[in-house]
Design a protein around this ligand. Structure first.
Ligand code: AHR
Length: 323
């Protein structure tokens, strides 16, 4: 083979490798050639205590792992996440991680990332796509299981007819869809438990309060509130008190998350049961990012371990609670 042809093949191979970009940066990591990994991270927003704890966990973990974090807050808007991801692609980051605000509508932008050779990690929330090659791994909770745990407590701790109002999370978001599904699956065993009203409070305290105020006016005989997160449950507590009723006694409350404020309300008897959703995903995320950038195999799904809390368990856990 002539020297010219060998050089040409070499150049083509080098170009192909370069096109692989961040997807195959090698064990040293970092497409900038300085060995440092840059992660573009698109966060949902700052809607809840859970989210604040999750953001801190990711930022702290990036620092400890020596990963440079390009952080973007989407303020709960998918269009902002799409912009952020496209900007990360332009910047040629080594890896993109994001917590999708809603489940659908990601295929096009993730295909752009794939074509640019930038691996994507889903964290906290999943996407609804048939093409699982669009992301390297998904790290987060099993939200359906969380809904099942909430339903099981209700089935085990009530008798006779029970009227439930449901405060749903953000419409179209994985935790809202899955927590509803898991809850309904379990309470189906008790036809006397009825969800008499259900509406989104957008995972915020203000949203939970506003929707609960409306429920209290429109729906007689509410026995139980099932709130998809602590913040909406805390908003509901304010509305119930303002209506002259006792939260946790006149109306029982079940929530998901177990952030400090929720745990305190549980310990005080204003919430009756909390299903934990762990926001401290930062360290695991950085480990996965290093492996993915180095081209190592990672599991397609990493599920977070979680528990549940009764008021007594909340009292015991509160002094050590980090978030
Ligand atoms: O995706 C996790 C959920 O998002 C949390 O349970 C909720 O508090 C947050 O807003």
């Amino acid at each position: 083979m002539s020297k010219k042809i060998t050089a040409a093949i070499g150049a083509v191979l080098l170009a192909a490798l370069a096109a692989c970009g961040g997807g195959g940066a090698g064990a040293a990591g970092g497409s900038q050639g300085d060995g440092k990994i840059t992660m573009g991270f698109s966060q949902v927003g700052a809607e809840s205590g859970w989210r604040t704890a999750n953001t801190k966990s990711v930022q702290d973990a990036a620092k400890s792992a020596g990963i440079e974090l390009q952080f973007s807050d989407a303020q709960q808007k998918q269009e902002n996440q799409l912009k952020a991801i496209r900007s990360f692609i332009q910047q040629k980051v080594d890896v993109i991680a994001f917590s999708p605000v809603v489940e659908t509508g990601w295929d096009a932008v993730l295909l752009e990332a794939k074509r640019a050779g930038i691996p994507v990690i889903l964290t906290d929330r999943a996407i609804d796509s048939d093409d699982t090659s669009l992301y390297a791994t998904f790290l987060g909770s099993d939200f359906v299981e969380e809904g099942r745990k909430a339903g099981k407590w209700l089935v085990d701790n009530t008798q006779g007819a029970v009227n439930v109002v449901e405060l749903q999370g953000t419409t179209g978001a994985a935790p809202a869809i899955d927590r509803k599904e898991g809850f309904e699956e379990v309470i189906a065993a008790r036809p006397d438990i009825k969800v008499v009203a259900t509406q989104s409070g957008d995972f915020t305290r203000a949203g939970g309060k506003q929707v609960m105020e409306a429920f209290l006016k429109s729906t007689p005989d509410i026995d139980v509130v099932y709130a998809h997160n602590d913040d909406m449950g805390l908003g509901a507590i304010e509305a119930i008190k303002a209506a002259g009723k006792k939260p946790g006694v006149d109306i029982k409350i079940i929530t998901v998350d177990a952030v400090k404020d929720g745990m305190q309300a549980l310990a005080n008897g204003e919430i009756n049961f909390i299903v934990e959703c762990n926001p401290l995903l930062g360290d695991q995320l950085m480990d996965l990012a290093k492996k993915v950038v180095a081209g190592q195999e990672v599991p397609k799904r990493v599920v977070t371990e979680e528990t549940t809390f009764t008021p007594e368990q909340a009292k015991a856990a509160l002094p050590e609670r980090q978030y």
